[in-house]
Design a protein around this ligand. Structure first.
Ligand code: UDP
Ligand code: MG
Length: 312
């Protein structure tokens, strides 16, 4: 059995794969214990799958799973985790933003008794300022709202013990926010600080829309505060209208000409309440949509091709 498994989600990263393999295999050669490399093709439309087939022919430590279409990063990682055989499982991106050279240090920390070693970004190089700003705000918002303590500025780059991965694999939920689930399981966890490198080659696959969807997922899966928001908003508008009623009474009784007799005031009040109601329905819809997704119980992904690593 391999001692460790590396899981790499890959979506159209043909330009990165040769260099990725070069750096990963250098690290693997240098480690004394046997390991496997599991490459997950998340429905790429470029040459990725050919490269994966070639690598697994060349190197028996390499296995791959090819998903039948693009299922998204979190599901691709999930598919990879479910194929692992190692006692320690390390997840990293294909674009070399997560330096493979940290793997030996992660394994060392794991051997000292940590079940989760998550890499925490101290700096991000060459990423769009909007993405950095949104990430900064989101991670801090999540920290305030989430029921579990999800460390800020951590991504999916981490090492997890077999025990943790078995637990994750047993979770049926579809809207997987892995970095949250990883905190949720508990156990002894520690951070490993690192500078996030720029992408080696190719374009970012996480579009702004995908990042926002992931962020929403994180919030909805780990917090019910948004649901409670309509209660607060309701209380707020109730207080406001009671205050207004008092004011109107006062104006009617004391001042001869009430300043509150225009249609504009009514229109503003209607729009305000309409906005509050639509906003609350939107939040409800977000959660109901998630319930519907879960209830359908479709498989998380479909596999079109798979090859196990064989060097054990
Ligand atoms: N990825 C994937 N499926 C997708 C989008 C991305 O498997 O639908 C992979 C991608 O190939 C990369 C990793 O997820 O290995 C992170 O993607 P990216 O580098 O674009 O995101 P960022 O580093 O900006 O978060
Ligand atoms: Mg990246």
């Amino acid at each position: 059995m391999p001692e460790y498994s590396l899981v790499i989600p890959i979506y159209n990263e043909a330009a990165n794969i040769p260099e990725l393999y070069r750096r990963l295999s250098a690290v693997m050669d240098q480690l004394e214990v046997p390991g496997e490399l599991i490459l997950v093709n998340d429905g790429s439309s470029d040459r990725t799958i050919d490269l994966l087939r070639d690598l697994s022919q060349q190197d028996r430590r390499v296995g791959y799973v090819s998903l039948a279409r693009n299922f998204g990063h979190q599901i691709a990682v999930t598919a990879g985790l479910q194929q692992t055989k190692g006692q320690a499982i390390i997840v990293l991106d294909a674009d070399l933003q997560d330096p493979p050279e940290l793997i030996p240090e992660m394994l060392r920390l794991w051997r000292t008794g940590f079940q989760v070693v998550y890499a925490q970004r101290t700096r991000r190089h060459k990423e769009k300022w909007l993405k950095k700003l949104l990430a900064f705000v989101f991670y801090r918002l999540l920290k305030i709202l989430a029921d579990v303590d999800i460390p800020t500025d951590t991504g999916d780059f981490c090492l997890m013990d077999r025990q943790v991965v078995d637990l994750l694999n047993a979770m049926p939920e579809r809207n997987r926010y892995l970095r949250g689930l990883r905190s949720w399981v508990g156990f002894r966890q520690t951070a490993l600080l690192f500078d996030r490198e720029p992408r080696f080659a190719g374009e970012v696959k996480y579009t702004l829309a995908k990042s926002l969807a992931l962020a929403l997922n994180g919030l909805a899966s780990f917090s019910q505060v948004p649901l409670r928001l309509s209660i607060y908003l309701g209380l707020f508008s109730a207080a406001l209208s009671i205050g207004m009623a008092g004011l109107v009474f006062y104006w009617r009784l004391v001042t001869p000409r009430s300043p509150l007799n225009g249609t504009a005031t009514i229109a503003i009040a209607i729009f305000f309440l309409g906005a509050v109601q639509l906003f609350s329905i939107g939040i409800l819809g977000e959660y109901i949509g998630r319930i519907y997704e879960e209830v359908k119980g479709r498989p998380l992904y479909t596999i079109s091709e798979i090859k196990q690593s064989t060097d054990v």
